[in-house]
Design a protein around this ligand. Structure first.
Ligand SMILES: *[C@@H]1O[C@H](CO)[C@@H](O)[C@H](O)[C@H]1NC(C)=O
Length: 359
């Protein structure tokens, strides 16, 4: 495609768009849903040839497709079919080509199809029924419960968000959403296209232990005397806060216990070292001297074989006399024991060097 063809197509497109913007045209949603006894708003916008007319020069009518005389909306209420009297109104501004129609207290038989008709009070008295673009309504007999989304297993003390939402086609009277649990609530309303709206409520709360194994309800209240389910239930399970209480406390207490035991051992060892040192300094190399004394007593039979007063006296005497000698003998052993110590360092009890008590 060369440049000239491109330029031609561009201008062709502009001219066509300009011409066709000024035609009888309506934009509606061909299929709508409505909740019985609530309301429904049929989105509608239109264009017509010629100058844009103000609202008071534009007459808007909605009628049934099958019978153009079955009028469901007219500025003059008396022209409206009995079934629809007082239930329909234009919610759009005709001056800005908005022909949206609200039908309230929707009934089972309000299915349509319904078509928009415009009558312009100009010199030419232009009228047009857009019977090629009509709206059929599918009836929803009963409301269904709202949609709930959120975590089920929650952590105690950690804020959580639960979302409750509901879709509807009645923007004139938005449904309300209420919660069974306290918390911060944020509600938003948005048009999600094709005449469908969504109300969304966000509940933010901080679960406590008391919330464990409980359920949170979100209740929808539609406009009108709607029947059907209204409550959605969300079960929650709350885990106890494990962070500080269950990790730090045991760690600290076991560390404390370890430290306590360690200190206890240290002081016991220190104290007994001192006492051992005391003992050693009091009677020389305590253990050795006691050992040598014992073995000497064992070898001399005096103390045991004797019987009778004389014998006993003798044994006591001998004990005394031996004790007198003992110092000398002991002295000898001491030097020997000391030798052992110096020779083998920390092993004063090494068997090979066990001195004979007889010597
Ligand atoms: C027509 O009016 C309704 C009600 O005021 C509004 O929700 C809708 O957005 C309007 N449509 C357009 C195309 O402006």
């Amino acid at each position: 495609m060369d440049v000239r063809a491109g330029v031609f197509l561009y201008w062709f497109h502009i001219i066509c768009a300009g011409v066709f913007a000024d035609v009888w045209k309506v934009q509606v949603e061909p299929e709508m849903e409505a909740l019985v006894s609530s309301c429904v708003v049929l989105p509608c916008s239109f264009t017509y040839p010629g100058q844009q007319q103000p609202s008071d020069r534009t007459k808007a009518i909605w009628h049934k497709k099958d019978n153009w005389n079955d009028i469901i909306f007219h500025k003059d209420g008396s022209k409206v079919e009995d079934n629809f009297k007082g239930r329909t109104k234009l919610v759009g501004s005709l001056g800005s080509s908005n022909c949206s129609l609200e039908i309230d207290q929707v009934r089972n038989h309000d299915n349509g199809p319904f078509c928009f008709r415009v009558e312009l009070e100009t010199s030419t008295k232009d009228k047009y029924s857009f019977v090629d673009n009509c709206v059929s309504i599918k009836m929803i007999e009963q409301s269904s419960k709202p949609d709930l989304q959120g975590e089920q297993s929650l952590q105690e003390g950690q804020p959580t968000v639960i979302k409750c939402s509901v879709r509807h086609t009645c923007p004139s009277y938005q449904p309300t959403l209420t919660w069974s649990h306290s918390g911060k609530i944020m509600t938003s309303y948005k048009h999600i296209g094709h005449g469908l709206w969504e109300v969304e409520s966000l509940l933010t709360f901080t679960p406590t232990k008391e919330d464990d194994h409980s359920s949170i309800n979100c209740t929808v209240e539609h406009h009108g005397k709607v029947i059907g389910e209204r409550v959605a239930t969300h079960s929650i399970f709350v885990k106890e806060q494990a962070s500080l209480m269950h990790i730090v406390v045991p760690a600290v207490s076991s560390l404390g216990a370890a430290l306590f035991v360690g200190l206890l051992c240290f002081f016991i060892v220190k104290r007994y070292k001192k006492r051992i040192a005391d003992l050693q300094s009091r009677d020389g190399n305590g253990m050795w001297s006691r050992l040598s004394r014992l073995s000497r007593r064992f070898h001399s039979g005096d103390g045991r074989s004797g019987s009778g007063g004389r014998e006993q006296r003798r044994s006591i005497w001998s004990r005394f006399s031996r004790r007198g000698q003992g110092h000398q003998v002991q002295g000898n052993y001491d030097s020997k024991a000391n030798n052992v110590c110096t020779a083998s360092g920390n092993k004063p009890f090494s068997k090979g060097r066990m001195p004979s008590p007889k010597s």
